[in-house]
Design a protein around this ligand. Sequence first.
Ligand code: PGA
Length: 255
Amino acid sequence: MAKKLIVGNWKMHPATLADAKKLFDAVKRKVTGVRNAEVAIAPPALFLGVLTERYKGKTIAFCGQDAFFEQEGAYTGEVSPEQLKSVGVRYCIIGHSERRALGEGDETVNRKLRSVMARGLTPILCVGESERDDDGAYLSFVSAQIRRGLVDVPLAEVKNIIIAYEPVWAIGKSAESAMKPRDMHEMKLYIYKLLVERYGESVAKRVRILYGGSVEGSNASAILTESAVDGFLVGHASLSAESFAQIARSISKTR
Ligand code: PGA
């Protein structure tokens, strides 16, 4: 099994390039020495090239927050997988709920996912329901998002995909509002089972399943040990180098 992964999604922060450099340098200092975990940062696209240029180390990988489904052309405002790759990006978040809230549907998510894979980047496909109900409709919702997100992905490539389960109701709150570890465990098993049914056990075993939604230093260990997730997609806590490093250290302590 691949190492556990922690991805810091900076979203549209910080406000300036100078602040982005400062934050990156602080993260770099704090995560040096973190073992048994892969660490990735997803800064705003505009700052990616500058940060990858500055950083020659190996501890931190870079991640896009989104990518367009074409590689080049007249698409004002978009960033292509090819461009991300050219500045040294390895991962790319696809279908984050904040993009879906702006109107991105499953079909677009799927096109983006395949486009990113075509350039050899590793997609982090985000799925997750907006609310929980007593009848389990959230399970079929998540199952449909995964099925539609993976349309036309060749079997041999499915193992390279990472799935980030991020229930929308738990995003951007505080540790108390994060998903309960036991519920995340259930979700992890559910997603794993879906993948086994569609792609077989040997492929399913290799797909890393992350949790995202108010992961902070104080709840990371419990979620990791009780839910057996393969890592985290971290939003607000990644804007503090210390909190982010604390989460990274929890991962490196959990084998
Ligand atoms: P949060 O964000 O950690 O602030 O909840 C997670 C995300 O949106 O990826």
